[in-house]
Design a protein around this ligand. Sequence first.
Ligand code: ATP
Length: 303
Amino acid sequence: MVETDRLSFAYGTRPILREMALAVPPGSIYGFLGPNGAGKSTTLRLLLGLLRAPAGTVRLFGHDLARHRVALLGRVGALIENPSLYDHLSGLANLEVTRRLRGLARGRSEEVLALVGLTEAAHRPVREYSLGMRQRLGLGLALLPDPDLLILDEPTNGLDPNGIIDMRELLRRLQQEQGKTILLSSHLISEIERVATHVGIIQHGQLVFQGGMAELHNRQVARRHIVIETDCAATCCHLLPAGLGEATVASAGTLLLPYQSREQLAKVARHLVLAGQPLYQLSCRQPTLEETFLHLTETSPVL
Ligand SMILES: Nc1ncnc2c1ncn2[C@@H]1O[C@H](COP(=O)(O)OP(=O)(O)OP(=O)(O)O)[C@@H](O)[C@H]1O
């Protein structure tokens, strides 16, 4: 649905994106993740034609954005930053303004209100809406023309836990029941992991990971390690044969070893006990998804 090839961008002389190759599969919820300042908003603006890329291409639905801009963007709904709403008007009236401007069918605003769960609040002025309701109304505005693709920049930013859960459920419904493809950005893996089917992680303007959620979990499993609690980690480090993996001393009494197998764990225990070293704890630890995300972003070179 979205494909970029060698997409690069600079603000003045400052490079922001370098040779980005984003690929958003049809029907996916693609979580576009990265720390603050990594280049997420810049990328989304390029996809929406709000910024012009000096190098590289953007393809939406298989067509070049530069050549078919109006037709392609007509199939995209976007929510970038906070939605622009008329506070003195009701939720329904806000939608009606845009519906009429775009020449969409009567009744579409009511349909959209039902979709985003705001039917009961339809006639209340928007100034009385919570932040979560405002975000959902903003999403409603993006949904009015029934787009195939939704591009949302940090849609849960500033929402309370209930607002986040509502938004997550809404996005899931839009994908599953309405067949929408959703590209959403966030700087929190915890917000993405429960909803996304695919993930792209950006750091310093480059993708450091892209793939299915399962692949990200595989990365997590691959970074499992054995934690050995003993008296002197440095001594134990010398005692372990090289075949058991490269041990690192984490602290005076803690040694870490990349996990290979259960058998490796048993061999480690045997070697250390036979060498007379005390073993206070021997465990296998898998990094959290958050740690995996931090590892991916912290180890990427600066642009
Ligand atoms: N108009 C601008 N002029 C100059 N530099 C900019 C401009 N907008 C953004 N930047 C810089 O570009 C870099 C990427 O910004 P961008 O907003 O794309 O990051 P982001 O990943 O969306 O971060 P955040 O989560 O903080 O919004 C940042 O270093 C930012 O300071």
